[in-house]
Design a protein around this ligand. Structure first.
Ligand code: FES
Length: 330
């Protein structure tokens, strides 16, 4: 993942674990690796390749980070954090304040970027810190003895976290990794269209990186439908804030009007109905809500086109309504 997204603290306290920072290590220019473990040494909730955890920092900010270690490890979660020049306090805090021995709260892992373990071949594309969920996938593919290839883009070799480890994993498993360092003399740029065009039948393709890379990937894989997988770390586009529709909360028996400028999540929360949330921009899935009736205006980066057309669920933090009335399972 871009590897962090901002969010309000919508995590339910009962869900949160206390994790101790075991170690902090520089792994590339502007990137630190953090090893987290249960404060009392207990096994951690299991996770799948591609999962992330949401961390509530001691300064109250919630951030989500992809797990990069092997899903077979039960004693630790490993994340890497890129220090963002636009940080609102998340990556800055992680880099400049959080240290070994500190404690953070975190929600159990969630997975919006699932690896299809039975695929004939996996083509993995990563940009910058987007390597983190991809690295966990590679650990898993190596354990399964599956065929994979990695295309990893970074500004220079010094910016490419885990480049040495990835080269070793590729060599020891008989798979291929190719690096693209566009700011180096004689550096190269990845042609996503060419990589996608060369993918054999049965290949599943995965991409995690900056928004421009994900847009290119989605354009190039339009015809591949459920064989193409992306993970966004920032909003895919503007949230629906047009308002002017009614939301009926079926279980609560409330009918609410969503005014221009407000999100459904805000209006529902103001009415006293609690819905968990984190990113508030359609990239984490925490606020996913079942739609009983009506046509949502989907603005999230999670649901597939088919899921959006089915209108069974929606992310109420960023999506609106195309119909004048929306009935939700709340
Ligand atoms: S809160 Fe993250 S998708 Fe809605």
């Amino acid at each position: 993942m871009l590897n962090e997204f901002s969010g309000a603290d919508g995590m339910r306290p009962a869900d949160a674990m206390a994790l101790t920072v075991q170690s902090v290590e520089d792994v590339a220019l502007g990137v630190k690796k953090f090893v987290l473990a249960d404060r009392n040494g207990n096994p951690l909730p299991a996770f799948e390749a591609g999962s992330h955890i949401e961390i509530i920092l001691p300064n109250g900010i919630t951030r989500a980070y992809s797990l990069l270690n092997s899903p077979t490890e039960t004693s630790r979660y490993v994340i890497a954090v890129h220090k963002s020049p636009d940080s609102a306090g998340g990556s800055l805090y992680m880099h400049e304040v959080l240290g070994a021995g500190d404690t953070v709260r975190a929600a159990p892992p969630r997975n919006n970027f699932e690896l299809v373990e039975t695929a004939a071949h996996a083509c993995l594309i990563a940009g910058g810190i987007g390597i983190t969920p991809i690295l966990s996938m590679i650990h898993r593919l190596c354990q399964l003895g599956r065929s994979w290839e990695l295309h990893y883009c970074a500004r220079t070799r010094e910016h490419a976290a885990f480049a040495g480890l990835l080269a070793e994993l590729a060599k020891s498993s008989g798979n291929a990794v190719r690096f693209y360092f566009d700011l180096e003399p004689n550096g190269s740029r990845l042609d996503i269209g060419a990589v996608v065009a060369a993918a054999c039948e049965g290949t599943h393709l995965y991409c995690c990186g900056p928004k421009a890379m994900l847009t290119n990937f989605e354009e190039a894989t339009q015809a591949l439908r459920d064989r193409a997988h992306v993970e966004y770390f920032e909003a895919k586009g503007p949230a629906a804030r047009e308002g002017g529709f009614v939301v009926v909360l079926e279980k609560s028996g409330l009918t609410l009007t969503v005014p221009p400028g407000a999100s459904i999540l805000d209006v529902v929360g103001d009415a006293g109905v609690s819905v968990s949330s984190s990113c508030r921009e359609g990239i984490c899935g925490t606020c996913e809500t079942r739609v009983v009736e009506g046509v949502p205006d989907h603005r999230d980066a999670l649901l597939s086109d088919a899921e959006k057309q089915a209108n069974r669920t929606m992310m109420i933090c960023c999506s609106g309504s195309k119909s004048g009335r929306l009935v939700l399972d709340l």
